[in-house]
Design a protein around this ligand. Structure first.
Ligand code: MTE
Length: 319
């Protein structure tokens, strides 16, 4: 994957015309949605989750910059700069390759330590659960971030429907396995299907969503339609997309990125500026749409709500 530093990039590439046009279009949509204005330039960073690649590390950082506001990322950017390796490893691949992906009908197997295991249609799984809209900062381990207005259901409400047994301590999530539809699964870039997991108390935290939409619209395929996990205090790779299986377990489940490179991607994956990824710093981040880097906050700025989940834990060992 191409990795370039800002000073390698010709000025002509910094604000591609299409992005500028899309931004203008977003400004109109933002007004309709009651959102703030999106600002700035498209970020040039092209870092990779993939093991074995070198990422941009500490580099030069602007000092004394004022606190920057959290404006929603332009819709066009959030839907064309994606990690969804089932559709390719470049950021623009999912938007280019996921257009024909079939997300209806969709069913989700709920199994393991629950009172009501079943294969639920998506509609049945979500029936009676109230939809919420929440704008979250999202931070990728590649040291870029976005701000996304999500729509979805609190995962805790879905879990309450299926009733975890007292012995359940973790939740495992699995993405669809369908190499005919997902060209990336015909390659061995990751072990398929993609899996992620949470501790049950993390899964039941009110901030944790199963998203079905964003920016007031149905979730685009490249962002994980029809159902994906959103955990705003963790690195983006925890946000498993196109979920077909939810399993309640007693033991900590294996996860795809942890299996791929355990020293780089931990089970907890809480955003932590004090614990660097082996190949790049986590102290700062580049908000997509901005050029300057801003400091990364513990738990991505959600410490007040979630730090108590980890009381007494060594967060360097449990990264
Ligand atoms: N889920 C699946 N199934 N496959 C993936 O490759 N990538 C993860 C996560 N969920 C991924 C996935 C990573 S590394 C990130 S940063 C986020 O999705 C990106 O979500 P976004 O494209 O909506 O920004």
């Amino acid at each position: 994957m191409l990795i370039r530093r800002p000073d390698d990039i010709p000025a002509s590439e910094i604000t591609p015309e299409g992005v500028y046009r899309d931004r203008r279009r977003f400004l109109g949509a933002a007004g309709t949605l009651g959102l703030g204005l999106a600002s700035g330039l498209i970020a040039p960073a092209a870092l990779a989750c993939a093991p074995g690649e070198t990422g941009e590390a500490n580099g030069e950082v602007e000092r004394g910059q004022p606190a920057l506001p959290d404006e929603p990322t332009p819709y066009e950017t959030a839907t064309t700069y994606n990690n969804f390796y089932e559709f390719g490893t470049d950021k623009e691949d999912p938007a280019a390759n996921a257009g024909a992906f079939r997300t209806r009908p969709w069913s989700v197997v709920v199994e393991g330590l629950v009172k009501k295991p079943a294969t639920y249609t998506l509609e049945d799984l979500l029936r009676g659960v109230g939809v919420v809209e929440r704008t979250y900062r999202m931070r990728c381990v590649e040291a870029w971030s976005m701000v996304i207005p999500w729509m979805g259901v609190p995962l805790r409400d879905v879990l309450a429907k299926v009733e975890p047994l007292p012995s359940a301590r973790f939740v495992e999530f699995t993405t669809l396995l369908d190499p005919r539809q997902m060209p990336g699964q015909r390659t061995a870039v990751l072990e398929w299907p993609y899996k992620e997991g949470l501790r049950l108390d993390e899964a039941r935290h009110p901030l944790t969503l199963l998203a079905t939409g964003m920016y007031g619209k149905t979730l685009p395929n490249q962002n994980g339609a029809p159902l994906r996990l959103v955990v705003p205090w963790k690195y983006g790779f925890k946000g498993v997309k196109s979920i077909v299986r939810i399993r309640l377990t007693e033991r900590q489940p294996r996860t795809t990125w942890n299996d791929a490179a355990a020293n780089e991607y931990g089970f907890y994956a809480n955003v932590n500026p004090a614990v660097d990824h082996p190949r790049w710093s986590q102290a700062r981040e580049r908000r997509i749409g901005e050029f300057r880097r801003r400091p990364t906050l513990p738990f991505n700025g959600y410490a007040d709500q979630v730090a108590s989940l980890y009381a007494g834990m060594d967060l360097k060992a449990n990264y």
